[in-house]
Design a protein around this ligand. Structure first.
Ligand SMILES: Cc1ncc(COP(=O)(O)O)c(CN[C@](O)(C(=O)O)[C@@H](O)C(=O)O)c1O
Length: 399
């Protein structure tokens, strides 16, 4: 008996479905500015030189043994330094419970399941808008979701006042999901002063901040600078959770390398929390993949490779910043009646263009330009070769 007969086709993923449509399009003019995957100025995916060199050093020497349920201790150690700081006292005092995760998605999901298990009546406040998959992750972890104001359409900036009201009005001890840098999809980040006010208010309310940091190094080109929000919260004495990913900033997309960490009050608590995170991982995937973790720990564990990585991540960030300027200038040169200054004011991988779903559909149908229907443009897909074509198409559908 085909018990699955009632199974309906799943809806297309709002982001990955765009990639599928792009790949299916035979047009030579097609442009993919959908998924957040870096491309060089020839529109090609990039494997960083530091990654190639790490692979050369690993080749032939890597065993295929299981990692512990918590993953590679060395990779996790190096990863915590990126988020908490090279000389973090929290690392020294062993207060951080941390496990290797299946990239940023896996880190968020492991946290959501941990939250459900150990704070079963809690909910989570998620920004409007956010990365589409955040809703799926906390839904499948059966954690009720609330929203907080984030993006201000009229100014194409941060709705700071409304955000602060939501923080103040949420019940004490609520969970808040925060994008550490390079907010997806808006590219709008709080200023340093705004982060300080958010941190203060979250502390007053006893809320729990969970940072999703999928783009460290990609926003400004400097991983230290991109961790500023987290450092402010740490200085203010918050307990926090962090999801980290090497998909974008090290280009390890398909290797699925990330890390989930929870800052505890002391080492004893951290040992307990880590053991429970491992308990969640064991029935889910048992232990995480070994290769990507070895690439990361080889790079971050070698001063020469780490400095090469820092140079390469800056090159990627700078290229994107350059494309923001180019796209804005092309639109202005075309005499577009709209203001496009937000293209250069926003930060990170994405530009929240302000285009309507209908305008996006027109871009796809008439110009073979692929982007998500919320008008988000992955700037990594913009090149000196297609920026003129893209600007012209955007001008045509928006003028
Ligand atoms: C805020 C945020 N958090 C976590 C992730 C997960 O990333 P990973 O699991 O690969 O480490 C993404 C990636 N989001 C996308 O770049 C995007 O929004 O296009 C894309 O990779 C995706 O999965 O949707 C993200 O934007």
């Amino acid at each position: 008996s085909s018990w699955w007969r009632s199974v309906e086709p799943a809806p297309k993923d709002p982001i990955l479905g765009v990639t599928e449509a792009f790949l299916a399009d035979p047009s030579p003019d097609k442009v993919n500015v959908g998924v957040g995957a870096y491309r060089d100025d020839n529109g090609k995916p990039v494997v960083l030189e530091c990654v190639r060199e790490a692979e050369r050093r690993i080749a032939g020497n890597q065993n295929m043994e299981y990692l512990p349920m918590g993953g590679s201790v060395k990779m996790v150690e190096e990863t915590l330094k990126l988020a908490y700081g090279e000389d973090s006292e929290f690392i020294k005092d062993k207060r951080i419970a941390a496990v290797q995760a299946l990239s940023g998605t896996g880190a968020c999901r492991l946290f959501a399941d941990f939250q459900k298990r150990f704070s079963p009546d809690s909910q989570i406040y998620i920004p409007v808008p956010t990365w589409a998959n955040h809703h799926n992750i906390w839904r499948d972890a059966h954690v009720p979701q609330r929203t907080y104001h984030y993006y201000h359409p009229e100014s194409k900036g941060l709705d700071f006042a409304a955000l602060m009201d939501d923080v103040k009005n949420a019940p004490n001890g609520s969970f808040f999901l925060l994008h550490a840098c390079a907010h997806n999809p808006t590219g709008v980040d709080p200023s340093e002063d705004q982060w300080r006010e958010i941190s203060y208010q979250i502390k007053v309310k006893g809320h729990f901040p969970f940072f999703d940091m999928a783009y460290q190094g990609f926003a400004s080109g400097d991983p230290e600078r991109d961790a500023k929000a987290i450092r402010i919260f740490l200085e203010d004495g918050h307990a926090i959770g962090i999801a980290q990913s090497y998909a974008k900033n090290m280009g390890l997309y398909g290797q699925r390398v990330g890390c989930l960490s929870v800052l505890c009050e002391d080492e004893k608590q951290a040992i307990a929390v880590k053991s429970q995170l491992q308990q969640l991982a064991r029935p889910m995937y048992s232990n995480p993949p070994v290769h990507g973790a070895l690439v990361v720990s080889t790079i971050l564990g070698d001063p020469e490779l780490k400095s090469l990585w820092l140079k390469e991540v800056k090159v990627m960030a700078d290229r994107i910043i350059g494309m923001r300027t180019a796209l804005r200038e092309n639109l202005e040169k075309l005499g577009s009646p709209l203001s496009w200054k937000h293209i250069t004011e926003q930060i990170g991988m994405f530009c929240y263009s302000g285009m309507t779903p209908e305008q996006v559909d027109q871009l796809t149908k008439e110009y073979h330009i692929y982007l998500t229907r919320n008008g988000r443009i992955s700037m990594a897909g913009v090149t000196t070769g297609n920026v003129g074509y893209l600007a012209n198409a955007i001008n045509e559908v928006t003028k």
